[in-house]
Design a protein around this ligand. Structure first.
Ligand code: CO
Ligand code: CO
Ligand code: CO
Length: 305
């Protein structure tokens, strides 16, 4: 996809009607339960294929494991969690590689297929388009609260349900509506990934603060200062490209930059198509939120009203 505007996955055309989509992602545990961590890591790794409009077909495990420090059963549970998600996604595990590591790490390399003319990139959003997000924000802040022993069981359940949910159904539905641009919300937070789309498409983005879905506990924890380091880094990097209405609270601002794990899809679709798209999401019982629109100008800026 080129280095000018890096995308969610690499695409390699192998014939007139087939291209490979490839991605890799791995990280240290963000929850305590190994099976759940495996599920989250797999859903997260598959997401970049869905964000390109691809269909994942095979995957390989990547493992760093501290032998002697942790029981090997923990690794078995992680791999079982990953495999369960792959089975749900109808993706075949074809291999993997493990190394001894000071710190536990897990993730997958995933390969998918796509028609070369149907690749969805971060480019292509058009003025007048409606912007749609498929998962609430705040997983990074709530996971930080968990590390500090402050996250409630209810908050943890909400983010675990969200992070283990595949972006598959959302990706399948959006394909029927000629979506103009798509990406998934991960480490750079909503603003970081929205900004990439604004830059790639040379367009402006307007977000409606009151329509942005947020886990309510994330607001509470942000107010307590439980913002991960990556959130602060995102905010200082991307804030120069953002204008907010004065009434937008400090904690909501933190959440807009919160790094997400296995976050939702963010896509741009023609205004005249978005009502029927929302209906189809509703029928399929897949969460979806209209969060703003694409504007001609100011280019490469995000306005939050
Ligand atoms: Co991505
Ligand atoms: Co990625
Ligand atoms: Co090997």
């Amino acid at each position: 996809m080129g280095l000018e505007s890096p995308d969610d996955a690499g695409v390699y055309q192998i014939s007139a009607d087939t291209a490979l989509v490839q991605t890799v992602d791995f990280f240290t545990p963000i929850v305590d339960d190994p099976f759940t961590f495996g599920q989250i890591a797999a859903a997260n790794s598959l997401s970049d294929i869905y964000a390109m409009g691809g269909r994942p077909i095979t995957a390989m495990n990547i493992v760093g494991f501290p032998l002697g420090k942790l029981d090997i059963d923990i690794l078995k549970e992680i791999l079982r969690g990953g495999l369960e998600k792959l089975a749900e996604a109808e993706v075949v595990l074809v291999g993997g590689h493990s190394v001894e590591d000071q710190e536990l790490k897990y993730g997958l390399s995933v390969t998918g297929l796509i028609h070369p003319k149907k690749v969805l990139t971060k480019q292509g959003a058009q003025a007048g388009d409606v912007l749609i997000l498929t998962k609430p924000l705040g997983t990074g802040i709530i996971a930080t609260a968990l590390k500090g022993g402050l996250a409630s069981t209810a908050a943890m359940k909400k983010i675990v349900d969200s992070m283990t949910t595949l972006n598959r159904k959302a990706a399948e539905i959006m394909q029927d509506f000629g979506v103009h641009a798509c990406t998934d919300i991960t480490g750079f937070g909503l603003i970081g990934h929205a900004y990439e789309a604004a830059r790639a498409g040379s367009i402006g983005i307007c977000l409606h603060a009151s329509s942005i879905p947020v886990f309510p506990e994330a607001l509470e924890y942000a107010r307590m200062g439980l913002v991960p380091g990556g959130g602060h880094a995102n905010r200082s990097f991307y804030e120069p490209f953002v204008e907010y209405r004065d009434t937008i609270s400090e904690e909501l601002r933190d959440i807009l930059y919160d790094p997400q794990t296995s976050g939702g899809l963010l896509f741009s679709v023609a205004k005249e198509k978005h009502k029927s798209l929302l209906k189809k999401f509703k029928r399929a019982q897949v969460e979806v939120f209209v969060i703003g629109e694409v504007a001609d100008k100011p280019k490469e800026k995000i306005i939050i009203i």
